[in-house]
Design a protein around this ligand. Sequence first.
Ligand code: GTP
Ligand code: MG
Length: 374
Amino acid sequence: KPPIVVRDFAILLGKKPFQLISELMEMGIFASMNQAIEEANAKQIAERHGFTLDIRHRGDDKPEPKKKAKAPREDDPALMEERPPVVCVLGHVDHGKTSLLDQIRNAHVVSGEAGGITQHVGAYQVERKGKKITFLDTPGHAAFSKIRERGANVTDIAILVVAADDGFMPQTDEALKFARNANVEIIVAINKMDAKGANIDRVKQQMQERDLMPEDWGGTTLCTPVSALEGTNINELLELVLLQAEVSELKANPKAVAEGVIVESQVEQGRGPTATVIVQKGTLKVGDALVCGPHYCKVRAMMDEHGKPVKSAPPSTPVRIMGWSGTPVSGAVCTVAKNEKAAKAEAEENAQALKARAAAKPAVTTGATDLDSL
Ligand code: GTP
Ligand code: MG
């Protein structure tokens, strides 16, 4: 660290050197103009004058040539790779969320190749033009709010479904508020374009009123009319999702220590507790040991939505995982540990911490937010 010379320090404080010298004298310090003073004293004086002391060499602002190569950080931009968007569908009751999800799944999930029945795993991937899109297939706010409540943010894009014959309704607005709070990108699917009384322009008008100016009206919100009933414009909608994903530059480091979020969990007969996880960073592999709160898991097997075994799951991939010690809650984050032993120890520690907390504050609430009421 450079010395703090009285003359220079006085200038920085906007004082004459002698004023500083007399102040120092009052503190019992006798220094001349060209003498250096102690950092602690300088700090005291600086604070008295409303400054904070920040000592650096001149030119410290310039990046110094690196002497030693540092270990690469996990979030180093150079290690980031494109990842598929994670999408959820929100909207008013009966506006067609389930129909739309079914349509997307049926039209684009390559079924049959697994030779199994497509199962409900809380999330699935579809492919369009060689690019993957991950859908959370729990329509409505329920899963979404649970996940958000725990602080995890798995969703990148929300498709807001608005029936063309009905327009924006109270729950549409709630969903919109919700998506905005969660800071996710919004794409509007104007559904039921086939229905009698469908009025696409009216919906666009309502979008405009809500600061969701449609792109074709000169705004930035992507939207398209669709019919979930007839399967019209589903591809267009998926392309808008890919377009938005590209604009958002969604990335993750596939080589980081793997981490994911639980989107669904259950106890299955003959399988014990299973959980569907969406990988957020790193690549999850069979054989990994996971910790999720008070539970741990030696990943014995992973499956995709077709029940097909998966050996490794890169970012944004949903996988059903077997081998849990208990049932993790949706929204919880799980992380890869060094090995099973470490995972178990960590989980036990978490369990004890949870117990201690529960005992200390028996009347504590669940941390409910206004988001829960949606
Ligand atoms: P909730 O889960 O109850 O909130 O409803 P939802 O938003 O999932 O709507 P759902 O997909 O169940 O559809 C509600 C009704 O609208 C059903 O009778 C569908 O057949 C009908 N519907 C959905 N999409 C379309 C569409 O594109 N056109 C027409 N004409 N009807 C549709
Ligand atoms: Mg539904």
